[in-house]
Design a protein around this ligand. Sequence first.
Ligand code: HMG
Ligand code: MG
Length: 304
Amino acid sequence: MSIALPSQVRLVEVGPRDGLQNEKQPISVADKVRLTDDLSAAGLSYIEVGSFVSPKWVPQMAGSAEVFAGIHQKPDVVYGALTPNLKGFEAAVEAGVKEVAVFAAASEAFSQKNINCSIAESLARFVPVMEAAKAHGITVRGYVSCVLGCPYEGEIRAEQVAPVARELLAMGCYEVSLGDTIGVGTAGQTRRLFDVVGRDIPREKLAGHFHDTYGQALANIYASLLEGIAVFDSSVAGLGGCPYAKGATGNVATEDVLYLLNGLGIHTGIDMDQLIAAGQRICDVLGKPNGSRVARARLGCQGV
Ligand code: HMG
Ligand code: MG
């Protein structure tokens, strides 16, 4: 049986943001800059560099403006940042950011824990951000977290995700990334999610963001490809986690997604060797084992 898969996939590299936001140890601006520049050199066309959030809530993202000032921006690469409100958006503009992301959730409890407001309040808070972004010619990506499960509420139905994604697109996001924040989803649930959410949202406006806590992320990406999804968020060396989703591990490793896509003959424009080198370098800085299975196999490392 032949299955139609996308011929091209765009990977959104979230390593410098999602990958580092949960690290306990201090990471220098120079190391964050180096990571971002290594990733652009490896051919990533979208890199989420940092967040303009409250430093009391996520201390690790406090130096994001300095990171933006230090990176060597390539003209064909999008450098994004998270902005939860107008204050964050204004700081991002000040730092010269050209693309931001707003982030909502499909779970009320997670919304409260992560951004201290209800889902409806968060969406209302994004309206002035969208207006200001339009006025500045800044593009906005949207996230919905906890699409396949919530650390506080448990099961989340696709029917809870769809209205939040619709609302983000209606207010002007060009794309919405659906996040399995705690990495509990399975391939069948993922297909159902995109089937339901894709009923009234064009699939080219949807992306998948899979954390790998239960080791299902690659299977979920393959399931998403079968549903016609062609944009995936991933983090080099499998770094990552959300400070407000305890126990959730890193994002799916970019190296592992690239290996899957290369094997399917799907074009990404990313160089595996340079990507592996970028991931290993930041792991050495952090003093952590590399979370990418592909990188470990290629580098001859043992276990995690
Ligand atoms: P709040 O405490 O309700 O905010 O936090 P507030 O408006 O009441 O302000 C309180 C203080 O924060 C004030 O300062 C503000 O100026 C300051 P004070 O007067 O006390 O000195 N403040 C800010 N400072 C810097 N930047 C800002 C900002 N806004 C207010 N933008 C807030 C609300 C949203 C700010 C807070 O909850 C927050 O920053 N949350 C961020 C949480 C976060 O970054 N989580 C991780 C990212 S999401 C994620 O990882 C999921 C994702 O990967 C997808 C997935 O996996 O599902 C995207
Ligand atoms: Mg995430």
